[in-house]
Design a protein around this ligand. Structure first.
Ligand SMILES: [Zn+2]
Length: 82
């Protein structure tokens, strides 16, 4: 087996389960629309396993982008938003 992670998509059942949370894990927004959020972005070595997935609103998902949660929070603090 080659080393390294495959960039597979999150299986639909897992997406449904995560989106079914119905609440943004970052800002608590319950209005949606929601996205499957990778707490550690795939581009940073995160996986598609449930323990790396969470439900986030589109705004938080977009804002966080490829940052780690800690980096994003740091950025928000620096911008006076956190
Ligand atoms: Zn949010």
């Amino acid at each position: 087996m080659p080393r390294g992670r495959k960039r597979t998509r999150v299986p639909i059942a897992r997406r449904r389960r995560v989106l079914g949370i119905g609440r943004c894990c970052y800002c608590g927004n319950v209005d949606g629309p929601f996205w499957v959020e990778h707490r550690v972005p795939v581009s940073r070595g995160g996986t598609n396993e449930l323990d790396n997935l969470d439900c986030a609103c589109a705004e938080c998902n977009f804002e966080k982008g490829d940052l780690l949660v800690e980096e994003w929070e740091e950025q928000r603090r620096a911008a006076g938003l956190g």
